[in-house]
Design a protein around this ligand. Structure first.
Ligand code: NAD
Length: 260
């Protein structure tokens, strides 16, 4: 028997098989959950996401959604509700910042629009999705919402720049949502993942040494794997995490404890 037998939910953020969201979906599915997927609009994006998740979910439910559009968000949650009776979990695993400003030395010249777009897509959308998920989750007794964060929210990671600001906003957003939605037994948490080579992380300048740092100086002497985060997602989505909300859980092989 799986920890998530009978549970259904929505995963936002699978771009390909390296995406954190892919590893989360894989782990949730292994434990019995049914996953539906949102992807960026466009045929190419649909094909790319579909090709990846078909390995986990045969004939996957796919829906286009640019999270910066309220209309797209409305359409996503309406379509999901029509096709699935339950919404037990929601995975927010998306972020965006114009890579031109993700370089050491570029933070203080980041234009207003680039700064606000990063916060909009990487942080505000958690609140926008949670608000749209609330009624369906509450109707079945509650649920679990989780979002992916990074330690650059708390400490300076040169080059992470405006994305660090967006992750700080994301973590605070998660805590405020945890309080407000806790009244409906909806738990909201962030997972602070370690560095993983993905499309999104390749946009950040100056992170080439992260993997080696983890291997040589990290507590577990290895870099994080997607499956490490997947297992924590299972814990958060299942009854094992029933008393956990408003938390930021590090899944970074211990890198955050280092003072060097
Ligand atoms: P990824 O590139 O595989 O995933 C990023 C996703 O964001 C993609 O699926 C992309 O389509 C989506 N996205 C971007 N703009 C969007 C928009 N406007 N609307 C809808 N979707 C949009 O990279 P990833 O590393 O798996 O990133 C997933 C999450 O994990 C992000 O929040 C990222 O900041 C976080 N994270 C990544 C690392 C890492 O080292 N890779 C570490 C910690 C946290």
């Amino acid at each position: 028997m799986g920890l998530l037998d009978g549970k259904q939910g929505l995963i936002v953020g699978v771009a390909n098989e390296r995406s954190y969201a892919f590893h989360i979906a894989e782990a949730l599915t292994q434990h019995g959950a049914t996953c539906a997927y949102a992807h960026l609009p466009g045929e190419k994006n649909e094909r790319r996401t579909g090709r990846a998740v078909e390995k986990i979910t045969p004939n996957p439910w796919l829906c286009p959604c640019d999270a910066s559009s309220d209309d797209d968000l409305d359409a996503l949650f309406e379509r999901y509700k029509k096709d699935f009776p339950r919404l037990d979990f929601l995975v927010h695993s998306i972020a965006f910042a114009d890579r031109d400003w993700l370089q050491p030395g570029k933070f203080c010249v980041t234009p207003r629009k680039a700064y606000l777009d990063a916060i909009d897509i990487s942080a505000y959308t958690l609140s926008a999705m949670a608000g749209r998920a609330k009624d369906q989750m509450a109707a079945n007794g509650g649920g679990s919402i989780m979002a992916m964060s990074y330690y650059g929210s708390e400490k300076v990671v040169p080059g992470y720049n405006v994305m660090g600001v967006a992750k700080a906003a994301l973590e605070a957003t998660s805590r405020y949502l945890a309080w407000e939605l806790g009244a409906f037994n909806i738990r909201v948490n962030t997972i602070s993942g370690g560095y993983l080579r993905t499309l999104a992380s390749s946009a950040v300048g100056g992170v080439d040494t992260m993997e080696e740092m983890a291997r040589t100086k990290g507590p577990l002497r290895r870099g994080v794997e997607g499956s490490d985060v997947g297992k924590t997602a299972v814990y958060l989505a299942s009854e094992l995490g029933s008393g956990v909300t408003g938390e930021n859980i590090y899944v970074d092989c211990g890198m955050n404890i280092l003072g060097i």
